[in-house]
Design a protein around this ligand. Structure first.
Ligand SMILES: NC(=O)c1ccc[n+]([C@@H]2O[C@H](COP(=O)([O-])OP(=O)(O)OC[C@H]3O[C@@H](n4cnc5c(N)ncnc54)[C@H](OP(=O)(O)O)[C@@H]3O)[C@@H](O)[C@H]2O)c1
Length: 368
């Protein structure tokens, strides 16, 4: 006779607020909606979306008379008020609450220490907290330690690829990070892969821009600053107190083009051709390839620059816009541990954020 199924699981409810319903935020909202029935059934997890806030407006799932009074009686949406938004998601019934910051705003990142200190978990693909002022980063860590709230940011480095979690697992199991090498920009990987001398570099940048591989202003990619931010995030994860200013950063944007308005910069793109052709010739002369590499050495030195690598190097064989990260550790010292794959795009980035949310949810107890 079959045994009756006795469910010992209690549903865990997590109140969620999404900040920044842009490309990543919208993809995430879609993924959350689609996953609800499966999470309920397979994991006894209920995600309760309590609100969404954009740059100027916010939408709450309640009709709070006090808030409405403060905001001129807005019933459908109210002006952005991050404090009120966080309070609304947190509620006052002792529930688990989590804010997901899908903006690229420093103003939002500045709230993290306060939210975390108040027990609200935070998940984000926004790099500004992880690579911003060290003092704020330390305040975030302190707030987590004191309140027990969790801060997760897997998607800040290589979008949905398991990079931060892999590093954390290595360290948590007693390994020691010795060095990091990587290509953290899909745009620069694509440009380096295609830059073989057949076309001027500026033509490739124009093609990447037209294909949507670059940021609206390609200087955001070409400056290497975004890559440097990712390196800082990984270094801090390993306990090295690195700041953006400590990274030896070689920008591909000539100094005299750095401050031009975007359209004017795009008109002067050919200024990149001669220096990039010279670098390519240097690579060919050495029988190597040109790659954009982020590097953190054993002695804590960090750099982001074009490098000539041997044609046999793993970075010479990446595909299209692939990102790649190599961790050299005490255990993985002869042959580093590699994570490789597409490292950008709203869908995969949102999935990285969602994975963080699920890991936090897994660790929460059911509350009545
Ligand atoms: N796209 C990718 O492939 C990718 C990959 C890895 C990481 N990321 C990171 O993910 C984040 C989102 O990227 P995205 O491509 O989705 O950007 P996006 O399309 O520009 O969306 C940004 C969103 O943030 C909102 N926002 C800006 N300031 C805000 C504020 N002060 N308060 C509340 N909301 C605010 C914007 O509101 P409005 O709609 O009102 O302007 C918009 O909805 C960024 O940090 C980015 O670096 C993106």
């Amino acid at each position: 006779m079959p045994m009756p199924r006795v469910s010992t699981r209690h549903t865990r409810t997590l109140a969620v607020g999404v900040i920044g319903p842009g490309r990543v935020g919208s993809a995430l909202l879609e993924q959350l909606r689609a996953a609800q029935p499966r999470l309920q059934q397979d994991h006894a997890l209920e995600l309760k979306l309590c609100g969404v806030v954009a740059r100027k407006q916010m939408w709450l799932d309640c009709d709070d008379a006090e808030l409405n009074a403060r905001h001129g009686g807005a019933q459908v949406w109210r002006p952005n008020d991050l404090d009120a938004f966080a309070q609304h998601v947190r509620g006052n019934d002792g529930r688990h609450a989590l804010l997901i910051d899908c903006s690229a705003s420093d103003e939002v990142a500045a709230f993290y220490p306060h939210w975390l200190a108040n027990g609200i978990h935070v998940v984000t693909p926004n790099k500004l907290a992880g690579s911003g002022p060290l003092k704020r980063w330390q305040a975030i860590r302190r707030a987590c330690a004191e309140s027990g709230a969790r801060f997760r940011y897997e998607a800040t480095v290589c979008a949905g690829l398991p990079v931060v979690q892999t590093l954390r697992d290595l360290l948590d199991t007693g390994d020691q990070l010795l060095a990091v090498h990587g290509m953290f920009s899909g745009t620069l990987a694509w440009l380096c892969n295609r830059h073989d001398g057949a076309q001027p570099f500026s033509a490739l940048v124009r093609e990447a821009h037209a294909k949507g591989y670059t940021e609206p202003d390609p200087r955001d990619d070409l400056s290497g600053r975004d890559v440097a931010r990712k390196l800082v995030i990984l270094a801090r994860e390993a306990g090295w107190p690195l700041s953006l200013e400590d990274v030896d950063l070689e920008s591909l944007v000539p100094e005299d083009l750095a401050a031009l308005p975007r359209d004017e910069f795009l008109q002067h793109l050919t200024a990149l051709d001669a220096p990039m052709a010279a670098k390519l010739a240097e690579a060919h002369a050495q029988g190597g390839v040109l790659r954009h590499v982020a590097q953190l050495d054993r002695d804590g030195r960090a750099s982001v620059r074009l490098q000539v690598l041997p044609a046999s190097h793993a970075f010479a064989h990446t595909r299209l816009t692939d990102n790649i990260v190599q961790f050299t550790t005490r255990r993985y010292c002869d042959n580093p541990l590699c994570v490789q794959g597409p490292g950008a795009g709203p869908e995969v980035t949102a999935a990285g954020v969602f994975g963080d949310l699920l890991r936090i949810a897994e660790s929460l107890e059911a509350r009545a």
